[in-house]
Structure formats: C-alpha cells, structure tokens
Design a protein around this ligand. Structure first.
Ligand code: C5P
Length: 310
C-alpha cells in the first residue's frame, strides 16, 4: 500500500472528577471528554526493512521509543507477529505539546488506526481499543473521539448519547513556555485531597450516575444553559502555575463566555461560547491582553470523531 495520512485531533475535558485511588496506583476518574477540530497529521509510508522510524517538524519532541507513535507501531507489529513490517512516519504538529490536550495520546491512537490499514493487520475496533488502553489512559478515547463519558483510568468509554457534536465554539489558549507534568498534577491531588477520596465501588458508581444525569450533558446538547465546568486538577495546578492563573483571568473577561476552565492537567485553558462566531469575536476582544501575556490562541469547533484516515 502507498502512503497514508491520519488525522489526530486534540481533546478537552468538559468535566474531570477525581473519585479515588485504584489498587494499580492510577486515579479512578469520571470525565467528559470532547474532540476538537485542532489536529496533528501523521503520514505513513511502508518500508520493507522492518524499521519503525519517526520524524517531526518540531525539534523539541522526542521521536525515539518514548514517543507514543513509535510505541503504538511496535505494539501493533508485535501483536501481528510480522517483524519484517516497517514504516517511515512523519508527524506534523499543530496541537500544543504537554498541554492537557492529549496530543501525544491522540498521535498514538492515530498511528494504531493508520498502521492497522497500512500493514493490513485486520484488527477490529475493539482490539485497537484494548491496545490503546495498554499504551495510555486517554488513548482509547482518542481512537473514538466525539463527546464521551470516560471512567476507570479514563479508558472506559460511554457515549454521551448526543445526536450531534455540541454546536459550541471553543477559544483555546496556552502559554508556549508553560507545561505541566500529568504525574505531578495527580500526585499533588493525592497529597492535598487524598483524605477526601472515595474508596468503594458503590460510591464510584454513584458519582458516575450523577455525571450521566448532570446538567452538563443537557447543556452540551443545547437544551439548557451550560453549568460551570469542574476540573479537580485545576485546583492543584492553578495555585502553582502562573500562566494558568493569568490565562483564566484573561478568559473570564470574555463577557459571552458560558464557561471557563483548564483542560486535563493543564496548562491549556479554554472558554466555551454559544457558537464558533462568538468564540472568534472573543478572540478578537481579548487579542491585546492575550498577546501582552504571550499566549497562543485557537478558535475551535467540537467534532464527532477521533483518529481518522484522511
Ligand atoms: O495513562 P497515562 O500514561 O496517560 O498516565 C500518565 C500518568 O498520569 C500516570 O503515570 C499517573 O501518574 C497519572 N494518572 C493517574 N490516574 C489516571 C491517569 C493518569 O494517576 N487515571
């Protein structure tokens, strides 16, 4: 097969609730995740030398075995049992790195989708989801995308049941020199709030059910005003990271913003608007303070799919 291209979209967290600590050391979560139309692209060319190689237009991103794209390729090769399979990959990066937007996980998910086709592996969607879960907690969501409730470590997906992606416009901002380590954010959360964690499956399930019935999902379908967005990691990251405090205070100046929050473990931040035009108007309204504080910004739409062949 000739060259293939795969699109790897960013996600934001519309809800991130830390329920407790699991026996495997990960946190038990209840989240709503949403894919955006901000996406990286991976091009894949087959080679016959058994080598997996990756190049990237950003020199600050590791392209060795630590990159989830390379990990995904190696896992797929191992599972299909054909060591002679090779691929030369090129990543065009648009999603900010280390930002809480699942850029790395989405890249890995896109590699699974693309290589499954390029190499003719024939794995089912379910098999790809299981491999994705081995590689990272957010990666199964990045395969499927759309609007989903994500439980467990984040890998247990449940469709939010919305007929369409939310019509909302999203103004996303990130300071280029700021990044947050996800393990650090969860560790801070455990140290500061671990005493309040829930511990039984019955308590976890009660919170999951509350999320299924929450006003958020009605708000996302346009049937009700959007409530405030909850992100439990924001309360540990915001006091420690100046760009998060400053960015939130700028976004809160947008009069038309329905909600303002941090995504994942940060430091990217977003404001939600009734539609894309309103988000664009807010980007213009806030252009001066965003530029003065050195923020990059993107206006995005919500989309209904994850990693996709293009
Ligand atoms: O699964 P992933 O590799 O994306 O997770 C990165 C890190 O984030 C984990 O090593 C862990 O420290 C933290 N984490 C967690 N609970 C989760 C997901 C991630 O504590 N549900």
């Amino acid at each position: 097969m000739a060259e293939l291209q795969v699109s790897a979209p960013a996600k934001i967290n519309l809800h991130l609730e830390v329920l407790g600590l699991r026996p495997d050391g990960f946190h038990e979560l209840a989240m709503v995740m949403q894919t955006l139309d901000l996406a990286d692209t991976i091009s894949l060319s087959p080679t016959a030398d058994g080598a997996v190689s990756l190049r990237c237009d950003r020199s600050d991103l590791p392209t060795d075995g630590n990159n989830l794209i390379v990990k995904a390729a190696e896992l797929l090769k191992q599972r299909v049992g054909l060591p002679e399979l090779g691929v030369a990959m090129h990543l065009t990066k648009r999603i900010p790195i280390g930002a809480g937007l699942a850029g790395g996980s989405s890249n890995g998910a896109a590699a699974l989708v693309g290589l499954n086709t390029l190499w003719g592996c024939g794995f089912s969607a379910e098999q790809l989801l299981a491999m994705a879960a081995e590689l990272g907690s957010d990666m199964p969501f990045c395969l499927d995308g759309g609007t989903q409730l994500c439980f467990g470590r984040g890998e247990v997906l449940e469709s939010a049941g919305l007929p369409e992606p939310p019509a909302l416009g999203v103004l996303l901002i990130k300071h280029p020199e700021s990044s947050v380590s996800t393990p650090w954010a969860y560790k801070q959360c455990r140290e500061q709030f671990g005493a309040d964690y829930l511990s039984t499956e019955a308590d976890f399930e009660q919170r999951r059910q509350a999320l299924r019935e929450a006003a958020l999902l009605q708000g996302l379908s346009g049937g009700a005003p959007l409530p405030a967005i909850r992100n439990d990691l924001q309360r540990v990251v915001e006091p420690e990271v100046a760009s998060v405090r400053e960015g939130l205070s700028i976004l809160r100046r947008a009069e038309a913003a329905a909600a303002v929050a941090m995504s994942g473990s940060g430091p990217s931040l977003f404001a939600l608007f009734v539609d894309r035009d309103a988000a664009e108007a807010a980007q213009q309204q806030l252009a001066a303070p965003l530029a003065a504080a050195g923020f990059e910004s993107w206006v995005c739409r919500c989309t209904g799919s994850g990693a996709t062949l293009v």
